[in-house]
Design a protein around this ligand. Structure first.
Ligand SMILES: [Zn+2]
Ligand SMILES: [Zn+2]
Length: 330
């Protein structure tokens, strides 16, 4: 999960300049333009992927990425304490932090802001959101964003890091706990983020804020209700919440590339899936998203409820979001 970003020299990019290439889906007058260097920062070097990779044969222990396996496995083990530590306030922490860390940190920040630059926001607010993003233990922003950009570039192709064409379980979790294949360097696809020293710092120390939050929840629970409440808030506010957001995120890669309807002929297996959309604050409208990856709104029909987009709209009313990339006209 933690790798140190290689030193990159060069100017910082403004948010818009680092945007991924257009999928031909946004009104040009509002779409942030790419500089030549910005385009270069998006070029993912995945041409030389080792196709004898473990996804195509039975897994062995040596295929596991030890840090990811222990982190993800440990969170699941810890979450097994949930029935024995239940409290209504613990459930409240879990739900509130699911929205803040999962909804705002992953869906709104890592995905729509940092990966696709679907809107602009003040730098300070981007860092607040990035803090919520690292609290999910899904890796730092550089790794996460690079991996997801490679997914879009090679969706359900041979170089897709997590396609169900290699098995549902591969797309859901196994890709995440095994070593990356030779030749697939996700970080190469997020050089724009590496150039920002603050984002690079978040990427390097992304695992730390979780311990601060865990200590705060434990301490506050102790102060309010002794050790039973301290344990309850820790288990539900961290372990249960982290595991819940893991699977919600992974269902976008697995279920929303397997089950659901296609409104657009995207040439890949992406689907619009209502229950994934509920779990992931609108990310389940994934076929719409692959059809027009820069667009801030993933829900296109009235019934395709997209809370992340509504949040971006609400942020725009208070000056915290602008240049919201519109979908292409149907
Ligand atoms: Zn996808
Ligand atoms: Zn995306």
């Amino acid at each position: 999960m933690s790798q140190i970003a290689p030193a990159i020299t060069g100017p910082l990019f403004q948010p818009g300049e680092s945007a991924p290439p257009l999928a031909g889906c946004a009104a040009p007058e509002i779409t942030p333009k790419l500089t030549a260097a910005g385009a270069d920062s998006m070029s993912a070097t995945v041409a030389a992927v080792d196709h004898h990779h473990h996804r195509d044969r039975p897994l062995t222990w040596r295929d596991l990425d030890p840090v990811n396996f222990l982190g993800i496995g440990g969170a699941h083990l810890f979450a097994l304490a949930a029935p024995f530590t239940f409290s209504w306030s613990g459930l409240g922490w879990m739900l509130g932090l699911w929205w803040a860390c999962g909804g705002l940190g992953i869906c709104l920040c890592y995905h729509r802001l940092l990966t696709h630059r679907s809107f602009k926001t003040p730098r300070w607010f981007e860092y607040v959101l990035t803090t919520l993003g690292v609290l999910n233990w899904q890796g730092g922003p550089v790794q996460w964003v690079g991996m997801h950009r490679i997914h879009h570039k090679h969706s359900d192709g041979e170089n897709d890091p997590h396609s169900p064409k290699h098995g549902f379980n591969w797309a859901h979790i196994l890709w995440c706990v095994t070593r990356e294949p030779e030749g697939m360097d996700a970080r190469n696809a997020a050089k724009d983020l590496q150039r920002n020293p603050v984002t690079a710092w978040f990427d390097k120390y992304h695992f730390l804020p979780q311990f601060v939050l865990a200590g705060a929840l434990f301490g506050a629970g102790w102060a309010v209700g002794g050790w039973p409440l301290a344990l309850s808030w820790l288990v539900w506010g961290v372990a249960v919440r982290v595991v819940f957001v893991y699977h919600a995120t992974w269902f976008v890669n697995s279920a929303a590339h397997t089950w659901g309807y296609q409104s657009h002929d995207t040439g890949d297996g992406s689907r619009n899936n209502w229950w994934v959309a509920i779990l992931s604050f609108g990310e389940g409208w994934h076929n719409n998203h692959h059809a027009c990856d820069r667009a801030a709104a993933h829900g296109r029909k009235w019934y395709e409820v997209d809370p992340t987009y509504y949040t971006i709209k609400a942020l725009s009313w208070v000056g915290l979001a602008w240049d919201i990339v519109p979908p292409k006209p149907e």
